[in-house]
Design a protein around this ligand. Structure first.
Ligand SMILES: NC(=O)c1ccc[n+]([C@@H]2O[C@H](COP(=O)([O-])OP(=O)(O)OC[C@H]3O[C@@H](n4cnc5c(N)ncnc54)[C@H](O)[C@@H]3O)[C@@H](O)[C@H]2O)c1
Ligand SMILES: [Zn+2]
Ligand SMILES: [Zn+2]
Length: 391
């Protein structure tokens, strides 16, 4: 079957790979309907997340139709239309029972790599390097879904493929941030990054009753989407002093909750950005924490800063003094989607969560390299390139 693959740093291919088969009674095989690019993929493409191998199938945000069911699967049947959480979680280990699904002890068959990096291994993710399990990704005609009773969710009839697709990754990631950052009614919430993840974090914060939600970016098309489709306010960081504006609209205090949805390849202005870039290129730090730093300085005293953006390792010039002295709570997480997808699908069917506008460019697998180029360059207002393997 055809698949979009990682061939090397900044090199995406389309090639024939073997079709997946059921290896475990808890698996299903899915015919992929739609599969999206995600900001996390850019970290793989750019070579910032090691342990990719030439020929690895990319893609972790997807939906499709069940075409084969393992003997132990009870919740799914051939023909079901489902969306699958990007993290592979068993649903039974201690972490899954605490609803911390991305920390699953059984979802990653190669725990040694992240154990060495972070002290403990986290769970696995489709198409996201051998450090996160080496699972084949979803930019292909078919995909094997392990732990299918846990990770695959039936899509309600009234919800379109284009909307349900983002219940796989972008939306539950946003929900993870707003929920675990403790967004409460009346809060002022600032979100850095107006990609799929930032937009969904903003929507989740609004539905949790935040009084004002402000999304920060510099890309006009994305800020326009936030205003039109999400209903949040926006700030263009290339034009205004972000911490000053945030203080202004929060009674002089600063936001109660700051959610960072940018990650290790943050863009920035001025000398500190150049410094971060040089250090990252020289491998003297693995990540550029530009937006996290700004969030820490902007946050009100006693507030919470939450990083949804992906970071791999070590950062420099980290304002630990501000975290400590301002009494901040600093948290982060990969998404615990299994916990939020049922609510998200229900809200999608009530039209309270709209996501189809994120799929700005829909194309066939053969257009994989062009799709990634466009998504990386944010060309033509691209927010997510989405592949339709059936085309
Ligand atoms: N925690 C999780 O489970 C999870 C899941 C999915 C994605 N992610 C991560 O979330 C991040 C965002 O993902 P995405 O798909 O929305 O990515 P994206 O690349 O589409 O969007 C990132 C946005 O951040 C903006 N940006 C860059 N520098 C900025 C700055 N200094 N201040 C404000 N905005 C800035 C960019 O202009 C862009 O619009 C990525 O790091 C991705 O890896 C995490
Ligand atoms: Zn993702
Ligand atoms: Zn588990």
């Amino acid at each position: 079957m055809r698949a979009v693959t990682w061939r090397g740093v900044n090199e995406i291919g389309v090639e024939d790979v073997p079709e997946p088969t059921i290896l475990n009674g808890h698996d299903v095989i899915l015919e992929v309907g739609l599969s999206a690019t995600c900001g996390s993929d850019l970290h793989l493409v750019g070579g910032y997340v090691p342990t990719m191998r030439a020929g690895d199938v990319l893609g972790h945000e997807f939906m499709g139709t069940v075409v084969e069911v393992g003997a132990a699967v009870t919740r799914h049947a051939v023909g079901d239309r489902v969306v699958v959480v990007s993290f592979t979680s068993c649903g039974k280990c201690w972490y899954c029972r605490q609803e911390l699904y991305s920390l699953c002890d059984n979802g990653n068959a190669n725990p040694g790599i992240t154990e060495a990096l972070w002290g403990q291994a986290i769970g696995g993710c489709y198409g996201y390097s051998h450090a996160l399990g080496g699972w084949a990704g979803s930019h292909a005609r078919y995909i094997r879904v392990p732990y299918a009773d846990q990770g695959a969710f039936a899509i309600p009839d009234g919800v379109s493929d284009e909307r349900a697709l983002f219940a796989s990754d972008a939306a539950p990631t946003g929900w993870t941030g707003a929920d675990l950052a403790g967004v409460a009614p009346g809060d002022v919430v600032a979100v850095w990054g107006a990609g799929g993840v930032g937009q969904m974090a903003a929507r989740a914060a609004m539905l949790k009753g935040a009084e004002r939600v402000v999304v920060i970016d510099r890309l006009a098309e994305r800020l326009g989407q936030v205003e039109t489709h999400i209903g949040a306010e926006t700030l263009d960081y290339s034009k205004v002093d972000v911490p000053g504006e945030l203080r202004e609209l929060s009674g002089g205090r600063g936001p109660d909750v700051c959610i960072e949805a940018v990650g290790m390849e943050a863009h920035g202005l001025g000398p500190s950005y150049l410094y971060d870039q040089v250090k990252q290129q020289l491998r003297l730090q693995t990540d550029r924490p530009t937006a996290v730093r700004e969030a820490i300085y902007a946050c009100r005293k006693g507030g919470t800063v939450f990083t949804l953006g992906v970071f791999a390792g070590l950062v420099d010039k980290f304002p630990l003094g501000a975290v400590m002295n301002k009494g901040l709570t600093l948290r982060g997480a990969q998404q615990h989607g299994h916990r939020y997808v049922p609510e998200i699908l229900e809200r999608m069917s009530r039209d309270e969560v709209r996501t189809e506008h994120l799929a700005t460019h829909v194309m066939s697998l053969e257009d994989g390299p062009a799709g990634y180029r466009m998504f990386k360059g944010k060309d033509d207002g691209c927010v997510r390139a989405v592949f339709r393997p059936g085309d």
